[in-house]
Design a protein around this ligand. Sequence first.
Ligand SMILES: Nc1nc2c(ncn2[C@@H]2O[C@H](COP(=O)(O)OP(=O)(O)OP(=O)(O)O)[C@@H](O)[C@H]2O)c(=O)[nH]1
Ligand SMILES: [Mg+2]
Length: 448
Amino acid sequence: MILDDIIAAVATARGVAGVAIVRLSGPGSFALARKFFKAHAGGEITPRQMTFGAFVNANGDPVDEGYFVHLPAPKTFTGQEIVELHTHGGLAAPAAVLSLLADAGARMAEPGEFTRRALASGRIDLAQAESLLDVVHARSEAALRAAHARLSGALSGRLRTLRDRLIDAKALIEAQIDFEDAETGDIDPKEISALLRSAGDDLAALVGTYRKGRIYRDGALAVITGRPNVGKSSLCNALVGRRRSIVSETPGTTRDAVEVDAVLDGAPFRLVDTAGLRETAGDIEREGMLIAHEHMAQADMIVFLIDARQGWTNEDRALRAQLPDVPIIITANKSDLLKDGEKAVETPISALTGRGLSDLTQKMVGAALGVQAGSVEEGLLANERHHQEARAARDRVAAALIAFEQNESPAIVALEVHDALRALSEILGDTTPDDVLGRIFSRFCVGK
Ligand SMILES: Nc1nc2c(ncn2[C@@H]2O[C@H](COP(=O)(O)OP(=O)(O)OP(=O)(O)O)[C@@H](O)[C@H]2O)c(=O)[nH]1
Ligand SMILES: [Mg+2]
């Protein structure tokens, strides 16, 4: 792929808006864009300052008005010369300016091409480039914080430390190959197994961060279930603070699963309100129950509601027994209807009055993120591709340790460590093949 031609794209989202930004990157961007700009105050354009003026066509006729920003290489996002043209928003203004640039020879950028140049120039590694995607897709402040930690290199730093340790281990192991028959007296086998063991432990810990990282990024999938009419939809609405699901006193009201994003105590959730579960359902309701079970099979947690006045019924017990093996939070709803002195058998809440909801929320956050919810700075795995590679690295290191302790030939041990190193490099992007890079960057937007 060519990396030193001039690429251009509208970097802001399409649609009616106050401002749009057309971005160019590549040597010669300034000279090219300068031809189409007349500063109102006359004079020169100072790098890294906004200059107000008119965007003009080849005849000098104004096309739009806005700001010109010149960012000289190499301290830019792509590492190349960048120009940003701030036009009016909407569809016409940025398109008109972009077409002037295209006529003058700028090539329209492919999705993610700016970021790909940043990667090629060594400004960021692949794990950081992918975190940029997480930044622009973040749907909550928590997701944004976790993505920023990765972008600033928290995950990459962790991976590099691991890689250095494995490189040390590999060097020691290979020294044994070279000196197989001679003196290897100064290499202590204990040192090698200690290195492998600690790398293996750290990799296992890293793999273990994936659940949390994924939840920060996508939200924890919390499915609300229970018998018809226990107040699932009411609870869902109360948690998100608006009427999302239909509530009615008729049992069997909810059929389709209703999914809604919510941020509870700063943690991102995807709440799913489902059809009530019962034996005597009609066809449509039964279909709804199937959908409910599909969601539960993927859930990070299940909120199981019973009716506070009735306590555990036989039906409740039968349903409880069918739930998949994920954290289950059991609560007794409609506790406002309990008579004085009556006690709920489970943690009481009331979707109607809001009683107990903050305790429930706390439990849900605990089930999603564990007690130390605030440790995103350590760099969490959040991406399925990274997760797979980290798992592969962990397994290869474990295999290396076993081979080493069983006195296999050093060449075999070294090969396992080599494969582990390759997996880590795939996350960082040092050795990632072009087609994989192509797939990754195709998920970016144009102009990023
Ligand atoms: N008093 C009281 N009534 C409630 C409470 N929560 C729900 N209700 C009422 O219980 C009835 C059923 O509520 P829904 O939220 O529709 O129950 P559901 O579990 O979603 O029912 P299905 O969708 O049919 O399975 C409605 O009339 C609600 O107003 C509560 O905490 N207290
Ligand atoms: Mg409902």
